[in-house]
Design a protein around this ligand. Sequence first.
Ligand SMILES: [Zn+2]
Ligand SMILES: [Zn+2]
Ligand SMILES: [Zn+2]
Length: 256
Amino acid sequence: MTDLTFLGTGTSNGVPMIGCRCPVCTSGDPRDRRSRTSVVVRHGGVTLLIDTATELRTQALGIGLDHVDAVLFTHAHADHTGGFDDLRRFNELAQRHLAIYAGPETAALLRHKFAYAFEDVFPFYGGKPDLTLHEVDGPFGIAGAEIVPIPVWHGKTPVLGYRLGDLAYVTDAKDVPASSRGLLTGVDVLVLNALRERPHPTHLSLPEAVEIVEEIGPREAYLTHISHELGHREAIDLLPTGILPAHDGLTIRTCP
Ligand SMILES: [Zn+2]
Ligand SMILES: [Zn+2]
Ligand SMILES: [Zn+2]
């Protein structure tokens, strides 16, 4: 069995947005409070963090996360990497290097944006992230757990989703190529991004996400990376059976 906890389910501004008085930003439903998109997955005996969202510190405190075996990056946009420096706390707790995984373009951007973390290794853990960066170009293993990268397009930005056994997590996609849809065949649980009802140039809309989910045909699907244009309750009402909006703190699992 694989399980996944949503640390954050909001688009890049987060919800509520600073200074917005719209119905979703002022909603009393706690599920309408969305921090930046990230998840933690427990798969094959390892705990994997996917992305280091802006609120990583408060997200980790919120679910009592004090150990990760590795970090998988989808891409290097600010909302997915804003909490990068907080990885040093996991070094300090475990007293060891932390393995991180990213596609080649994302790896280059991480080395550039967070150069201090990859230079001058400290003689102790905790002052800065101490990381071993692995570039991903196909399926790989972490302590025996197999992980299959799922390449998707986010406008012109290449992004990796990840399949972990019968669960797949894909965010910040606008286009899921046929070859990648093939890699998703047979998943029990699919997580996919859906920004809002109307189209967007670099993110799937709600109808576009539903179409992909229906083609893949998982038992359950959850939508993430949602903007303030879509309330949680409204999304439930719009979606067909078997597809639900995710919310911060939600844990889902595959059928054992
Ligand atoms: Zn994003
Ligand atoms: Zn708003
Ligand atoms: Zn992005």
